[in-house]
Design a protein around this ligand. Structure first.
Ligand code: GZL
Length: 314
């Protein structure tokens, strides 16, 4: 090939590479709920690491579990003119006004981890996250097996109004409702945190019905780990005097199961960074994507803990 054509080819090639790399140089605004649990920290790490790996400019905002901080961050992303907005909504409702502002600005929205309830589904392009109702069912099914359908249950629920709190309760109750000798006698929010989980479990145990409790169902492992401390401080054996089933599958849960203090954790995979940015790239390129992308996950009990622990990535 002569010099001119090779330069032209190189030029076209360079232009092609530049335009490709320019297209890849996305700026993404991400509003994260907070750092309330080990699950959330692992989710944040997965998102930040993947953005860095792909050379994507990530504007990351931590809302300390406050919806008003998330709304402020979403508005700042509009002002910055980011290419795509992604966020994990702390609760399901209250998003329509800011989502309409984002739509007017012509910026696509990707929901990560948790869903929103809106009257107009065009206010977001797609939602990638776990099936929380199924996670609740999995916890319920495991408990029926473990207890033979007889349980007096205390429940530590997640953040009031949050999709995982609403749906994990719904799925669990769907299963135990078919077993008349399985009853939830205590239910209160521990806000997905270890500290609050301990505090609420202490109050459960001190209540007049405290001595009847044979099972704890916690909507996440962090609350279960806090409750384990409360159960031990009350002179009881967690995992034996009170059977404990929770959700997330964080390393701390596997350690507690290996120590015989927790009986089952339903996996909820936070490591969605790669899938999330594959999705964001397609959305930025105007490609059509499914409205709902599910995350694959399993169920682990104490018999598998020691073997699984070394493999856990979060
Ligand atoms: C679930 C996620 C929940 C986790 C908690 O996808 O939204 O929020 O179960 C976290 O640990 O706080």
């Amino acid at each position: 090939m002569n010099l001119f054509r090779s330069l032209l080819a190189a030029g076209l090639c360079v232009a092609g590479v530049l335009s490709a790399s320019a297209a890849d140089k996305l700026t993404v605004g991400f509003s994260q709920i907070g750092a309330e649990s080990a699950w959330r920290t692992a989710n944040t790490d997965s998102i930040k690491n993947e953005a860095e790996k792909r050379g994507i400019k990530l504007q990351f905002a931590d809302a300390q579990q406050k919806q008003e901080n998330q709304i402020k961050a979403l508005r700042s992303f509009i002002a910055q003119g980011v290419d795509v907005i992604a966020f994990s909504p702390v609760v399901e409702t209250g998003w329509e006004p800011v989502l309409r502002e984002i739509k007017r600005a012509g910026i696509p929205v990707v929901l990560s981890d948790r869903a929103v309830k809106v009257s107009d589904p065009s206010l977001f392009v797609t939602f990638i996250g776990s099936d929380f109702v199924e996670e609740g069912r999995k916890a319920g099914r495991w408990l029926v097996e473990k207890t033979g359908g007889k349980a007096v249950i205390a429940e530590l629920t997640g953040t009031p109004g949050a999709a995982p709190a609403i749906d994990r309760k719904k799925g669990f109750e769907e299963i135990i409702s078919t077993h008349p000798e399985m009853k939830i006698i205590k239910s209160q929010s521990g806000d997905f945190t270890r500290a609050k989980g301990k505090e609420v479990m202490e109050s459960f145990l001190k209540s007049p019905e405290g001595k009847q409790i044979t099972v704890l169902y916690a909507h996440n492992d962090d609350m279960a780990l806090g409750a384990i401390q409360a159960i031990e401080e009350a002179g009881l054996k967690p995992g034996k005097d009170i059977v404990i089933v929770s959700i997330d599958g964080v390393k701390g849960a596997f350690e507690a199961m290996a120590a015989g203090k927790l009986n089952c954790t339903v996996e909820c995979n936070p490591l969605i960074g790669p899938q999330l940015f594959d999705l964001i790239k397609k959305v930025a390129a105007g490609q059509s994507v499914a409205k709902r992308i599910a995350v694959e996950e399993g169920v682990y009990d104490e018999s598998q803990a020691a073997a699984e622990l070394p493999k856990r990535q979060y």
